[in-house]
Design a protein around this ligand. Structure first.
Ligand code: NDP
Length: 299
C-alpha cells in the first residue's frame, strides 16, 4: 500500500475538541450554552441509532441536546407546529429533522419550515442558494467534513482537478460547490456519465458518493490522487455470510495501492459528519448572538 490513510476518526476528534473549546468560551464569556434540537418521526431503527449518537455527541461537546420523538403517524400540521416552536426558542440554535420521513410527510415542506439560521443540516433552500452563490450559509455536514479533511491534507486546493461521482442534493452537489469555492476545477459525474473511468483518472481529488459497494477500482485512480470515500454500504461478510461488514464506494485495497491518500470506511468521512453537525451548531449559535465565528469549523 502506498497511500496515506486519512484518519477521519482522529481528525473528527480534533474538530470536536475545537467545538468543545468554543462552547466553553461561549459559556464563560457570554453565558450562552449552544443547543441542538433533533426531531425524529417514527421508529426507523437506523434513524434511531443516528439520533442517539448525535444527542450523545452534542452533550459530550458541552451543548444542550433536545430530542423530540414523534409517532410515525404525526400529521404535517403537528410537525410544522413543533418546528415553529423550535424556530422561536432562543435556547435552540440548531434544528435537525432526521431523514427519511414517513411517506405522508413531504421533506421539502418540512425542511423549508426550519429557520435557515438554525438549519444545521444546510438543506433549507435558502442555504442551498447562499452556498451556490458563494455567500455565508449553513453547509451540509458530510461535504463540509470532506472539505475540512481535504484542506487539512493539502493546504490549498486551488487549481486541483476534482471529480465527484454522485450528484445528490445532500452530498454531490454541495461538495461540488465547496470545491469550486476553494478554486478546484470541478467535474460532477453520475449514472449517465460516459467514460467514467477515464474521467476519474483525471482527478487529483476523487470524491465517491454513489452508494454502490466498492464500485470504483484502483485502476480508475490517478497515481498520487486523494480519494475521499463517502459511501457507506453494508455487504455480507466474506467468511461468514450471516454477518455483514461496511465498505465504501471505492475498492479500498486497490485504490490504496495507487492513491496518494485515501479515507477508509468505516473511520473516514462518517465521523466527520457528526463532528461537522456540532461545528454547525456552534457556528449558528455564534452568528445568532453576533459573536465571531469559530475558526476552522466552517467553509
Ligand atoms: P443518492 O442515492 O442520493 O445519490 C447517488 C448518486 O450516485 C446519484 O447521483 C446517482 O446518479 C449516482 N450513481 C448511481 N449509480 C451510479 C453509477 N453506476 N455510476 C455513476 N454514478 C452513479 O446517494 P447519497 O448522495 O445520499 O449517498 C451516497 C453514498 O454516501 C451512500 O452510500 C450513502 O450511504 C453515503 N452517505 C454517507 C454519509 C456519511 O456520513 N459518511 C452521509 C450521507 C451519505 P443519478 O443522479 O444519475 O441517479
Amino acid at each position: 500500500m502506498n497511500a496515506k490513510i486519512i484518519d477521519g476518526k482522529a481528525f473528527a476528534a480534533t474538530v470536536r475538541d475545537r467545538v468543545a473549546r468554543t462552547v466553553d468560551r461561549l459559556k464563560a464569556e457570554a453565558g450562552i450554552t449552544p443547543g441542538l434540537a433533533v426531531v425524529l418521526v417514527g421508529e426507523d431503527p437506523a434513524s434511531e441509532v443516528y439520533v442517539r449518537s448525535k444527542g450523545k455527541a452534542t452533550l459530550e461537546a458541552g451543548m444542550n441536546s433536545y430530542e423530540h420523538k414523534l409517532d410515525a403517524d404525526t400529521s404535517e400540521r403537528d410537525l410544522l407546529a413543533l418546528i415553529e416552536r423550535l424556530n422561536n426558542d432562543p435556547e435552540v440554535h440548531g434544528i435537525l429533522v432526521q431523514l427519511p420521513l414517513p411517506a405522508h410527510l413531504d421533506p421539502d415542506v418540512v425542511i423549508n419550515a426550519i429557520d435557515p439560521a438554525k438549519d444545521v443540516d444546510g438543506f433549507h433552500i435558502s442555504n442551498v442558494g447562499l452556498l451556490g452563490t458563494g455567500q455565508k450559509s449553513m453547509v451540509p455536514c458530510t461535504p463540509l467534513g470532506c472539505l475540512l479533511m481535504l484542506r487539512e491534507h493539502h493546504g490549498s486546493l486551488s487549481g486541483l482537478n476534482a471529480v465527484i461521482v454522485g450528484r445528490s442534493n445532500i452530498v454531490g452537489k454541495p461538495m461540488a460547490q465547496l470545491l469550486l469555492g476553494d478554486s478546484c476545477t470541478v467535474t460532477i459525474a453520475h449514472s449517465r456519465t460516459r467514460n467514467l473511468a477515464e474521467i476519474c483518472r483525471n482527478a487529483d481529488i476523487l470524491v465517491a458518493a454513489v452508494g454502490r459497494p466498492e464500485m470504483i477500482p484502483g485502476d480508475w485512480v490517478k497515481p498520487g490522487a486523494t480519494v475521499i470515500d463517502v459511501g457507506i454500504n453494508r455487504i455480507p461478510h466474506p467468511e461468514d455470510g450471516g454477518k455483514t461488514r461496511l465498505v465504501g464506494d471505492v475498492d479500498f485495497d486497490s485504490a490504496a495501492a495507487v492513491a496518494g491518500a485515501v479515507t477508509p470506511v468505516p473511520g473516514g468521512v462518517g465521523p466527520m459528519t457528526i463532528a461537522c453537525l456540532l461545528a454547525n451548531t456552534v457556528t449558528a449559535c455564534s452568528r445568532a448572538h453576533g459573536l465571531p465565528e469559530p475558526e476552522g469549523l466552517t467553509s
